[in-house]
Design a protein around this ligand. Structure first.
Ligand SMILES: Nc1ncnc2c1ncn2[C@@H]1O[C@H](COP(=O)(O)OP(=O)(O)OP(=O)(O)O)[C@@H](O)[C@H]1O
Ligand SMILES: [Mg+2]
Length: 504
């Protein structure tokens, strides 16, 4: 296999004041199972686009590989899924069985290829495109966040597939997944780009050690400078007093004058030395702070929940069966949500989890309800975070105003999630997937509500943001109904978990 090499890669989008990549030189082997990691908006997707020459850049790219990118672009989602897959995969009736084989592996009913693509759930859509990826042996694959929207089984199938593949680049924020499939890491850090041998855990350990070392150094230096500054101030004070004393004495006697002159001179010397030491320490701190540049900052988040009476009933679901266009989705489900609980809804892709939330929001209309009952306390205000957000557009100010959220509060919370100030004036449609997701999540946090409904909140979010959200929920305990496939997150915060079982 070959290599992939960037020489002095420099690139920025037209509205960016700082280059996203500034004279970056990188080389990696095409046999590596390379995990591309970094916080949202650092340029992971852009780097994959640059590899495919989809954007013009300065510098040089040397490679002889043919790339394939996941997720493929579906330009006409109203068409039949089967037709779309045939076009994208260059398949015909005699070769389409390969896709069906992979769909079985992904545990999805292959009949749904006869439905329009846009009628499938996001998880099902992801599985369709993954099936195409799995049958392609000719290209070097650039796989951008394959596990979003996928159920547990789906994630495992992708991991198994990648484990037996020779070389690829995969972008993911899913640590558990990465640890299973990669043998090298390409990390886009705050201030540089680094390549490591090993999986995510190996990288994390090295990164944490470096951060802890820098932090300790920094603490020590901070102590030093405090001490030095105090000494310098004392010396200055002493010198000043000595000078004052000298002037007062000079009007009295000749000998006293001489004496004070000597003291004044000595004080000035001490003072000068103290200032030099202090300056040196300042410089040392500054250099150290440069080294500190790759340490990520995670500020605590807040949520504008309104207090409910503990134990107050919010939602009762009794023997509920959902339907979509006349098709029954699930086996009967019963549960309740009370104030202060965090209830997780799990279940395989297509089982009807999002439909349940849609049914809730549509009340009193009951179009999605085939049988059973769904009762929501009508006096409560809800904040809904939808699963789909690709289509977000417009300014952050308008986005906040649409839900009566204070613009400044939205921005300040986005800062806590690592948004650069530069980005505040950008339009949502030009933002990275994770940045859009953060905007939507933050708006929900800022909304004043009694109960929060979150549909797969963690999709596309970087590792640090996931931890920030987890800490917030664990500490504030808002009344929350959420759908999530990330087991670690569900285990960490759910007070109850209910699985929606599909009809077949
Ligand atoms: N079409 C565009 N026009 C202008 N700016 C863009 C465009 N696409 C991306 N950007 C900006 O470039 C930066 C890198 O975006 P990119 O999508 O490569 O990030 P990413 O690392 O893939 O993030 P994520 O983890 O959220 O997917 C972001 O700050 C983003 O706002
Ligand atoms: Mg991306």
């Amino acid at each position: 296999m070959g290599t992939i090499q960037f020489k002095a890669l420099t690139f920025n989008y037209s509205d960016q004041t700082q280059p996203l990549f500034d004279h970056v030189t990188l080389q990696f082997d095409a046999s590596w199972k390379l995990g591309l990691i970094g916080r949202n908006g650092r340029g992971k997707t852009t780097l994959l686009k640059l590899l495919q020459h989809q954007l013009p850049f300065d510098g040089q790219l040397v490679t002889n590989l043919d790339f394939q990118y996941f997720p493929q672009t579906v330009t006409e989602p109203t068409q039949l899924t089967r037709d779309i897959l045939m076009q994208l995969g260059n398949l015909d009736n005699s070769t389409f069985w390969q896709v069906e084989r992979e769909l079985r592996l992904l545990q999805v009913a292959s009949e749904i290829v006869w439905q329009p693509f846009d009628s499938l759930s996001p998880g099902e859509q992801t599985k369709m495109l993954l099936a195409l990826l799995f049958i392609d042996d000719y290209h070097f694959q650039l796989i951008d966040e394959p596990t979003n929207h996928l159920d547990q089984e789906g994630r495992q199938v992708v991991a198994n597939y990648l484990r037996q593949k020779a070389g690829f680049i995969v972008v993911s924020h899913d640590r558990h997944f990465l640890n299973q499939v990669i043998d090298h890491v390409l990390a886009i850090n705050r201030a540089d780009i680094t390549v490591h041998q090993g999986n995510y855990q190996t990288w994390q350990t090295a990164h944490d050690q470096q951060a802890a070392y820098e932090q300790q150094q920094n603490q020590q230096l901070k102590g030093d400078i405090k001490r030095l500054t105090k000494t310098a101030q004392q010396k200055a004070q002493w010198s000043h007093e000595a000078e004052k004393g000298k002037n007062a004495a000079s009007v009295k006697t000749e000998s006293a004058n001489l004496d004070k002159g000597f003291i004044g001179h000595r004080a000035a010397k001490v003072m000068k030395r103290a200032t030099t030491i202090a300056n040196r320490a300042e410089e040392a701190i500054e250099t150290k702070q440069q080294l500190f540049k790759n340490v990520e900052i995670a500020a605590p988040l807040t949520i504008n929940q309104r207090p409910l009476k503990p134990g107050q009933n919010v939602l009762s679901v009794d023997e509920l069966v959902l339907q979509q266009d006349g098709v029954i989705l699930n086996q009967p489900l019963s549960f309740t949500l009370e104030a202060g609980q965090q209830v997780a809804l799990t279940g395989i892709n297509g089982a009807g989890k999002s439909t349940l939330i849609k049914a809730l929001l549509a009340l009193p209309a009951t179009d999605h309800i085939a049988s059973g009952s769904l009762h929501l306390n009508p006096h409560l205000t809800l904040s809904y975070l939808p699963q789909d957000f690709d289509q977000l557009s417009g300014s952050l100010a308008d986005f906040a105003a649409a839900k009566q959220v204070d613009h400044e509060q939205l921005l300040s919370m986005l800062r806590k999630l690592g948004f650069d100030r530069d980005l505040f004036t950008h339009r949502l449609e030009t933002m990275s997937m994770g940045q859009k997701r953060k905007a939507a999540l933050v708006r929900s946090l800022c909304e004043e509500a009694d109960c929060y409904l979150w549909d797969e909140p963690l999709n596309y979010l970087d590792v640090i943001t996931r931890e920030q959200v987890q800490t917030l929920i664990a500490e504030q305990r808002p009344t929350l109904l959420f759908i999530e496939h990330d087991v670690d997150f569900v285990n960490a915060i759910a007070t109850q978990t209910y699985a929606l079982q599909p009809q077949h």
